[in-house]
Structure formats: C-alpha cells, structure tokens
Design a protein around this ligand. Structure first.
Ligand code: FES
Length: 171
C-alpha cells in the first residue's frame, strides 16, 4: 500500500526552506556531481570540504530555499575523532554549517596543512577534528554540525543541526 505524502508546506514552512531533517538525503551542491547523493566512497580523507544540501526524499525537494541550510562536508579519520564527534559522522563523513558564526559569510576556505576550515571575510578558523572549535579569528562559537548516518546506499541526515546555525548580530 502506498502512503499519502503531505507536503510540509501544508503545515507552514515550504519544504525547501525547512532545515534538514532526519532521513533527508545529502546531495552535492555544485560541481560535476551537482545534485547527486553523497556516499563515503566519493570523498577522500581530509579533502577540502565541499558544499552540500539536504533533499527531502518523499517529495524530492532540495532544501535550497535558505542559505542557512548549506553545509560543508569532508571525510575525517575516525581513529582521530573522539567518540562523541565520531557518532555524528557517517563512516567519518562530517557536515558543518557553511555559515560563519561571526557575521554570516560562507566558510569556503581550507587550510590543508592544519585541517582547518577558514572564513574568507575576517579569517576565523575552525578545527574540523574538534567539532569546528574556533582556533582563530573573531567567530564567537563553533559552526553548527549536522549529524549524519549511513543509509542503504548513501549518506542520510541523522538528526537536526546541533548548535545554532547562523550568527548573532554584534552591536
Ligand atoms: S564573517 Fe566569518 S570571520 Fe567574520
């Protein structure tokens, strides 16, 4: 028997603006594989983080209606992660919010020698092996993390964001 899918817009927020939810697929946002589902095999250890978005499987809706939904994804060495952070990854694949906690720029730079995500606006740096802890610059708190797990054949979202996504206006 096939169930009836009720779009989340019926209850308010359109699904493309809603934050990623448990069971969503994780897909590439841009590049040669734009829109493809992400699997651990498609990523290399300690690679430069790539942009990704969640997709609601039931409606095939890409959650691209808010820039707060974009995450940066890389693959880490599980042996070097503490168990709490390891549990938020899908076989080492980890997803951090792309939005800097300072004033909201996209955190797109990468320091491959020190494995740090870096913000191009005011040089905040975040340690990908330490739950995106701030290790430089003015950012007041770590990037939010999007828990992941392994689905049948690709990565899925395991839960909603941990930590606050976005930034707090400083006066
Ligand atoms: S917005 Fe990222 S360091 Fe200022």
């Amino acid at each position: 028997m096939t169930g009836i899918v009720i779009p989340s817009s019926v209850f308010g927020q359109p699904p493309n603006r809603a934050r990623p939810k448990k069971g969503d697929w994780l897909v590439f946002d841009g590049g040669d594989r734009n829109g493809e589902r992400i699997t651990p095999a498609l990523l290399t250890l300690n690679q430069r983080p790539i942009a990704a978005l969640a997709k609601e499987p039931a409606t095939n809706t890409l959650r691209d209606g808010s820039r707060l939904n974009r995450v940066m994804v890389t693959k880490l060495d599980l042996a070097k992660l503490d168990s709490e952070v390891a549990g938020l990854t899908a076989d080492g694949v980890i997803a951090y919010s792309a939005v800097c906690t300072h004033t909201g720029c996209d955190v797109t730079n990468w320091d491959p020698d020190n494995l740090l995500m870096a913000c191009p606006c005011h040089e905040s740096k975040f340690d990908v092996y330490s739950n995106a802890k701030v290790v430089g610059g003015p950012a007041p708190r770590p990037l939010a993390i999007l828990p992941l797990s392994l689905g049948e054949d690709a990565i899925i979202v395991a839960d909603s964001f941990q930590g606050r996504v976005g930034f707090t206006q400083q006066f």
